[in-house]
Design a binder for this molecule. Structure first.
Ligand SMILES: [Zn+2]
Ligand SMILES: [Zn+2]
Length: 251
């Protein structure tokens, strides 16, 4: 515990030093000084409170939208910090394709704010895993870059080995809602030893149709997790908006 505390302090000092030597440029406008400047921060389209607790779509009634009320997913709640556009979209692309450690820590702060408003009780943080091939190509899982610093901020246990992606998915781009669900079915395997009777916080960068979170949560529940809550940095407002042919290996 002591050495973990020491390594966290050391990491913090190293990152502060790096920020001082190479000040970051705002992801929104490029101005030097902060990862997101205050001007760009205020333009972020935050996710409002009056959305469905399970899928994040607008709803006039409290709680669940009609579709989720009819057929509830196996997870107990979903929230995202903002919508997937503008500066947040740029930040996620930076997180995904530029191997920048400091951005994960910064964005985890946004997840911490979002989590604090939920009232969820959890005891284990698990990132949504990516397949081996994708990990080899990218070198890391961007969801881990969010989930690990978040677990530290929340002082919760963290286990990236609790859930594994057992087969590569074909690209989700261009698939309709039904096809996305079919594409992720049986894509994950959870470790019962690690998740049994746990209340899990599942963390991902982007929530599109919810198909990935649903499949991951179903597997965790199947492996005897007590509850699963889903937290994403950004939610795609309209599924077609996620299609971005400029980026490699889009999910
Ligand atoms: Zn800016
Ligand atoms: Zn819903």
């Amino acid at each position: 515990m002591r050495s973990d505390h020491f390594s966290q302090k050391f990491e913090q000092i190293s990152l502060n030093l790096l920020d001082w030597l190479f000040p970051p440029a705002c992801l929104g406008c490029g101005v030097e000084g902060l990862i997101i400047c205050s001007d760009c921060f205020t333009k972020i389209e935050l996710m409002p409170a009056n959305v469905c607790n399970l899928c994040g779509s607008y709803t006039s009634r409290r709680g669940f939208c009609p579709q989720c009320a009819r057929q509830k997913p196996l997870y107990s709640g979903f929230r995202a910090f903002a919508y997937y556009n503008g500066t947040i979209r740029k930040a996620i692309q930076q997180l995904k394709y530029h191997n920048d450690l400091s951005i994960g820590r910064y964005l985890a702060g946004m997840l911490e704010i979002t989590f604090a408003r939920t009232g969820w009780e959890v005891d284990l943080v698990v990132p949504v895993p990516i397949g081996e091939l994708k990990r080899e190509q990218r070198g890391y899982n961007q969801a881990e870059r969010l989930a690990k610093p978040l677990s530290r901020k929340l002082n919760l246990a963290y286990d990236p080995g609790a859930l594994t992606r057992i087969h590569e998915l074909s690209s989700q781009v261009g698939l309709d809602h039904y096809a996305r669900h079919e594409n992720v079915r049986n894509a994950f395997i959870a470790s019962s030893n690690k998740v049994r009777d746990k209340k899990i916080l599942l963390v991902d960068d982007v929530f599109t149709s919810g198909a990935t979170m649903q499949a991951a949560a179903a597997e965790l529940i199947y492996a005897s997790a007590e509850k699963v809550f889903c937290l994403a940095l950004a939610k795609v407002k309209h599924e077609s908006a996620e299609i971005d042919f400029s980026m490699p290996n889009n999910v």
